[in-house]
Design a binder for this molecule. Sequence first.
Ligand SMILES: [Zn+2]
Ligand SMILES: [Zn+2]
Ligand SMILES: [Zn+2]
Ligand SMILES: [Zn+2]
Ligand SMILES: [Zn+2]
Ligand SMILES: [Zn+2]
Length: 421
Amino acid sequence: MVVTETTQLVKFVEQYSICQETNCQGKLKVNSIELAGLGGAASLSFGCTNCGSCNVKFETSSQRENGDAAVSKILQVATICSGASYAIYKKLFHHILGMHTVSDSVFFGTLKEMYDHVKDILDGICLEARKEMQDMDQEKLGSWQRAVTCGDAVWLTRGSFSRNCTYTVRNYLTGALLYYCHICQKGSDNLCQDDIYEGTSKAAEGFGANEVFKLMVKDQMNVECHIQDGDSTSENVVLKHFPLCRVLRCGNHVAKNHAIKLDKLRKLKEMTTNDGVGVECYCKGKKHAKHCGCLTEKFIRKAKASFQMCLTNAGTDPNAFSEKLMNLALHHFQDEHQWDGGQCDFHPLVVCSCGSCTDKYNLKCQGKPYKSDQVLKCPFHTLAYKLECQEKAGLADVLIHPEIGPKIGTLHVFTTTFLPT
Ligand SMILES: [Zn+2]
Ligand SMILES: [Zn+2]
Ligand SMILES: [Zn+2]
Ligand SMILES: [Zn+2]
Ligand SMILES: [Zn+2]
Ligand SMILES: [Zn+2]
């Protein structure tokens, strides 16, 4: 394989792929390729297919125009683009593949060299997305004056200990990136030329949100609705810059929180209600038995999926969401699918009994009544689930926008941080 630097090859193709002899417009064809050494250098010989008189030689090189090794550079760029650190680069290419790798200072030099180009691309993407909103009918939801945005912070490494944090704001309706703010804490080098963030990484999200929303005000954008996770600091930042903005919660985050809360309740075995009544688990003082009717991990997985289904099926009606969620607690998971004034609307009431029907809404057999495979029977865990559903049903107005509805799953698109620590 001949590896050569693209810039050189492009230049070559532009200048020489047409025969240079006067009055001859013939195309050049490769006659021979000779590899030189192991570094990827090669010598190519071209001849004209038309006049046959010209002969061009092209020497590829394994070096860039400034003398750097091209292959090594490509590997460094690829590593950086994939979001990996120098430690991973070294481990992969030096220890695993046994290749000669460059020092960290050269690697960081590459990072620095790339930074402006990457930033240019990123800024271009943002500008285009903003222009699209500015060009829209400004009466329409989702336009520059009626923007629907979502914001979140991502850290380069998981947890709150990362030195790199990026706060992004996207157009919630299209997912397009609009603004970003990189927050870097000081590392052992001085690569980063922007101001270094002095605060703690925990406060970085609010800091980043503030920087971004300041820019949005400056650009005379008007955010009508903003979707985010439960972070109260960034919510306050949004309201500081756009006091009339309606801040909604991300459905995925709330669903995740629902599951976490249920998992905590799963481990409890008694509680005292607000009226001072003590409620105990069936299995208090002993281990849970199979099908004891308490909260199980399997139940929680079902409950989380059902929660998301309630959000999706509610469309743009917050009340419908609350009602659907409460029906799960009061009826469906009690194995009651038809009751005074209602029935489960997300599964058929009669299911196949022969085992060979393919359309569950159009049975060929006699069928049998639907049964939940997860049923809550324990008084404590039934109540605990009901109370948790009640709490989440109360969030309906911050989960569902009457015009947009819930749109879950578009918030978390990972954006790689390019600045070194
Ligand atoms: Zn020619
Ligand atoms: Zn979320
Ligand atoms: Zn139990
Ligand atoms: Zn129980
Ligand atoms: Zn049901
Ligand atoms: Zn059947």
